[in-house]
Every structure is written in C-alpha cells, then in structure tokens.
Design a binder for this molecule. Sequence first.
Ligand code: NAP
Length: 388
Amino acid sequence: MKEFGKGFPGNQSLTNKKLLFGLWETADIICEIQINCKFTEFINNKSNVLYIEQESKRRQFFYQFSSFDAEHKILRGYIMSTKKEKWTSDNIPNLDGKVIIVTGGNSGLGFETVKLFAQKGAEVVLACRSVEKGEAAKSTIGKIKGQITVMKLDLASLENVKEFVNQFKAKYERLDILFNNAGIMTTPYGLTEDGLEQQQGVNHFGHFALTAQLFGLLKATKGSRVVNTSSTGHKFGKMDFNNLLYENGKEYTPMNAYRRSKLENLLFTYEMQRRIEKEGLDIKVLAAHPGTARTEIGRYAEKELWFKLFKPLIMLATHHNAYGGALPQVRAGIDANAKGGEYFGPDGYMEQKGNPVVVKSNKASHNEQDAKQLWIESEKLTGVTFDI
Ligand SMILES: NC(=O)c1ccc[n+]([C@@H]2O[C@H](COP(=O)([O-])OP(=O)(O)OC[C@H]3O[C@@H](n4cnc5c(N)ncnc54)[C@H](OP(=O)(O)O)[C@@H]3O)[C@@H](O)[C@H]2O)c1
C-alpha cells in the first residue's frame, strides 16, 4: 500500500496494469483505472478527470495530490496495489464487416480463434487442409453473429496455396486479419509436395507464400494485420543457411526442425514489419505464442516415451485450455494498442499459461542478417515474391 507521493511508481510504465484507488479513512476501493503510460505522465495531464460514485454522490477529481485533499476534503487517495490487467474475449470489439482468415481453423488455437471472431460479427474463413474436418468443426460452434466459411488450404502444397488465394480473391475484396496459425510439431523427417522439409514447409514457407500472395489485399484494407503463431521453442531454434532444409535428413531431429520453424516465424514477422515501416504502409505484423495449451499439436510427441512418462505432470503444471492458449494471438490481432512487431504470450511462470501480454522473444529472432537471408531463401524456395 503506497500513499501518493511516497515511493510512488512515478516513472514506472504501467502498461498492462490497473491501479486501484482507495479511501484513506475506510480503505474502500473507490475505483480501478488502467493507464498505459508512466504514472507521472498521467497525473500531470489535467484532462485526466475521473468521475466516481461514492456514498451516492457523483464526485469529480483530478489525480493531483496538492489539490486533491483541499478541494474535496473527503478523499485522500492512495494506491492499494497495482493489479494486472486481465485481457479476455470480452475485450474483442464488434467486428461487423471485417474479413479474417485463420489457417488451421479446424482445431486447437485456430478453432478458438475462428469461434471468438465469428461470435463478434466477423466473416471468418476457416482455412484447413481437410474441408470435411473444417465443416465438422464449424458444426460444433453454436450461434454466431458473423459468418464462417470453410475453405481448403494445404500449406504443404504451394499449388494449393495459390488455388486458395485465387478462390479467396474471387470472393472477398478485403482482408482485415490473416492468422498464420496452422502448424505441425516434431514430425519424422519428411517433405512437402514441393520437396521442402515438412515442418518448415508448413509452419513457415507455406505461410510465407500465402502472406505474399494476399499482400495486395492486405495493403488495400485499412489497418490490416498479420499474426504469426510462434512458440517458446523458438528460443532453442538455430538457423543454418548451409543446410536450411536438413537435406536428405542430414542433422535432422524432429524437435530441432520444429524449433527452427518457430524461430523462422519470428524472423519473418520482424522482417516484414521492418519492410512495411520503411514503405510507410498501414499494416501491422505481430507474433504470438500460446505457452502450452491442450490441443492436438502433441500428436507426434505423444508417441515418445518421455512424453508418456511426464504427460500427467506436464498437463498439471503448465497447460491451459485451447481458449487460454488462443488469447495471445487473438489479442495480437485485435487490441487497438498493439504495435507492429510486438509479440504476445501468457504472463505466467515461464510464459506457459496466464493472461496475454507483450513478451520478449530471444536475440536470435531479432537477427536482421538472418531475417534478410531467410526472406531471400523463402522467395527462392516458394517462387513467390512480395510486392513490398
Ligand atoms: N498447443 C501448444 O501448446 C502450442 C505451443 C506452442 C506453439 N503452438 C503453435 O500453435 C499453432 C496451432 O497449433 P495447435 O496447438 O492449435 O495444434 P493443433 O490442434 O494440432 O492444430 C494445428 C492445425 O494446423 C493444421 N495443419 C497442419 N498441417 C497443415 C497443412 N499442411 N495445411 C493446413 N493446415 C495444416 C491442422 O490441421 P489437421 O487437423 O488437418 O491436422 C490443425 O488445424 C501451431 O503453429 C503451433 O506450432 C502450439
């Protein structure tokens, strides 16, 4: 409990936190406010007027210590605590008229993302490799305000990515948010239809080709966003441009290829944001990770002995449900205060679960040299270039 002026969080940035104000005499909390600046900046701004209800009277006061007591007699304010802001699906605004694509929308985080946005009125394209699975998933979603359209998208086939884009463009004239969410994890060594190592092929290269071909529509839509789903696993990812695709399985391990693909998601995010800023375009590119969420992503790991042994412990200690896991990417897609190049994840222990907030990715993910090289390789390997 800190009195105004004494040990106050003056220069502390209070982004993502709420301040609780209380009465000195009774210790009643009188209001909760959220500010997204340093506290000193907030109280020095005279336009920050707050109305409160107390003892049935409507009162007005400024957050200025000097005039506070003298003017209103009754109140001496103090901060009881700083409370973390909770961001939930209630924060999603009305989305009537917005068009959104979610890749891998039939399962896990993607499914939750489709549901939340459709409930808020958006027209959501549930992009999935099996239309049957997509329709089945759609049929489990109850009443929605918006619309869900299932469309086939197989990220392991560049031909199919192109087909998807053509069909999408034939139907829609705008694209507000593109969620590059689909992914596979720790699969045995294998290749996509185009001969790319499959984890990187689906998780990064397929999404790169998709985003590049939808770029014209993103540019044409005011305030559009791209959100790439990464993972805390990126922290162990290593780039090796001499053997980017683990040719013929050389040096391939299921986990390392997954981690590399998740590092690529972030290199791509930051590089695209840099290029967009340079051109002054009205598009934001962000990334997110879910922590660990109960979805189908572990279907390959689940066969491993270590996973079988530790599964109950892992589930208990770290996992949240798919809804909780989806919130960081949902927030990255829709929070009006989110900035291009930000990365969202849960705020709990080791970012495994919790409230969605801005988090930091590792140094390797900000390596501009690697990001540029990956961009060049991605254009070469997919045969698709960005009009940027
Ligand atoms: N869950 C976690 O703990 C966790 C942790 C870190 C990061 N992530 C990331 O979160 C994202 C979503 O995963 P999730 O946890 O929701 O897993 P999930 O339940 O397995 O969902 C993955 C989705 O991706 C789709 N997909 C796979 N290959 C595809 C392809 N070739 N073309 C198009 N779609 C394809 C899947 O379709 P099918 O159903 O047809 O297979 C499914 O819809 C992934 O990028 C993953 O790396 C998850």
